[in-house]
Design a protein around this ligand. Structure first.
Ligand SMILES: CC(C)(COP(=O)(O)OP(=O)(O)OC[C@H]1O[C@@H](n2cnc3c(N)ncnc32)[C@H](O)[C@@H]1OP(=O)(O)O)[C@@H](O)C(=O)NCCC(=O)NCCS
Length: 343
């Protein structure tokens, strides 16, 4: 196999990279895979974002692209971390290609001073919460990675059940007097951005992260605008809801990403409530408002996908109460690499 780094100006290479990503995603996650469009991949490769510098690798066998590697070096907040995802077309597995792509990414990460590698993967429910017997778990173990965080992916078929959502909203309504909601499609309005950025950092700090090394994210409106720029340039748009306290601060949000003009499943990206306002059902309120706006504005979309930590019982219960059903497991594998990888 010939291995090369993908030049973002090489359209055929970027298209081949995207093809492998979509083929592997659909093969391993037929019910819940939501493909990022090729433009998003291209946008990431063209210039670093505030948080990541991306590099892609392509493995060619007789001129045909059969394997890929997607490597993101974390920047500012986590200079020790790199995320590395090897992908091999199903019919070319167990020939050592995945190992070669991973080795190239390990060298790349080591050469840039990274000491901790993380890799995300999915496996079907038959392999259980820890993935025993699945390809990613076997591959990760063979390369010295341990499972550091286990998630569950869930799917909600649309239209949702209005009575179920009403019942959920009714539960703690009395405690929410004076709180108001705003829901919109597109970027976060400027007046809500500082509060939204604070909540984004709270989400990253408070979501369970198992044994994963994680960056301490600081509140930074630029990272929110960065994500929005990538989404916009790749034909995606967010459907959002925010909850404002009686004093007018943004204290909760929920955000769902959709593809413009495509009925593919939408992805519920994150829901968070400010620490001082928990226990009032504001997470449920934000989620339901975002979902209702999605259903009003995009009746063509037939499902929403989300992902939760397996230990995050509170949010799992909330998602199940909305009608989400588990479809498969996913997890993050982690390995520490020494200085020798940099040579
Ligand atoms: C995981 C993946 C990249 C492995 O690619 P691959 O080219 O088949 O891997 P290799 O041939 O280099 O395998 C190296 C070793 O990993 C282990 N391994 C790989 N696939 C395995 C499986 N299905 N079951 C158990 N162990 C496995 C074995 O020890 C194997 O060595 P062996 O073939 O000599 O027994 C591939 O299955 C894939 O693309 N999966 C979907 C994407 C993904 O999950 N990526 C993240 C991985 S953490």
């Amino acid at each position: 196999m010939h291995l090369c780094v993908v030049d973002p100006a090489d359209e055929a290479a970027v298209a081949a990279l995207h093809r492998i990503y979509v083929t592997v995603g659909r093969a391993d996650d037929p019910e819940a895979f939501v493909a990022a469009p090729v433009e998003e991949i291209l946008e990431c490769l063209r210039e670093p974002t505030a948080r990541f510098a991306f590099t892609a690798f392509l493995g060619l066998e007789d001129g045909e692209a059969v394997a890929s590697g997607w490597c993101a070096l974390a920047l500012a907040d986590a200079p020790q971390l790199a995320y590395a995802t090897p992908r091999v077309l199903p019919e070319f597995r167990r020939r050592g290609y995945g190992s070669r792509v991973l080795a190239a990414m390990e060298r790349h990460a080591g050469a840039h001073g990274r000491t901790c590698l993380q890799s995300l993967a999915v496996w079907s429910a038959d392999h259980g919460p820890d993935g025993s017997g699945s390809a990613p778990a076997g591959f990760a173990a063979a390369h010295g990675f341990g499972l550091a965080k286990a998630n569950i992916r869930l799917r909600l078929e649309l239209p949702s059940d209005p009575a179920r959502l009403d019942a959920l909203l009714g539960e703690r309504a009395a405690g929410r007097v004076g709180y108001t909601t705003r829901a919109w499609v597109g970027p976060v309005p400027a007046e809500l951005l500082p509060g939204w950025a604070v909540l984004h950092a709270v989400l990253s700090a408070d979501e369970p992260h198992g044994a994963l090394e994680r960056p301490e994210e600081t509140s930074n409106p630029n990272t929110i605008r960065d994500d929005e720029r990538i989404l916009a340039r790749s034909g995606q748009v967010k459907v959002n809801a925010a909850v404002l306290s009686p004093a007018g601060e943004t204290v909760a949000y929920s955000s769902i990403s959709t593809r413009i003009g495509s009925p593919e499943a939408a992805f519920l990206r994150g829901t968070v409530v400010h620490r001082g306002h928990r226990g009032l059902g504001l997470g449920a309120l934000a989620k339901v408002q975002a979902l209702r706006l999605l259903e009003r504005t995009r009746p063509d979309i037939s499902a929403v996908i989300t992902e939760n930590d397996q230990e995050n019982t509170h949010i799992l219960e909330l998602n199940r109460a909305m009608g989400f059903l588990p479809v498969l497991y996913s997890g993050a594998f982690q390995k520490h690499i020494g200085a020798s990888a940099a040579s």
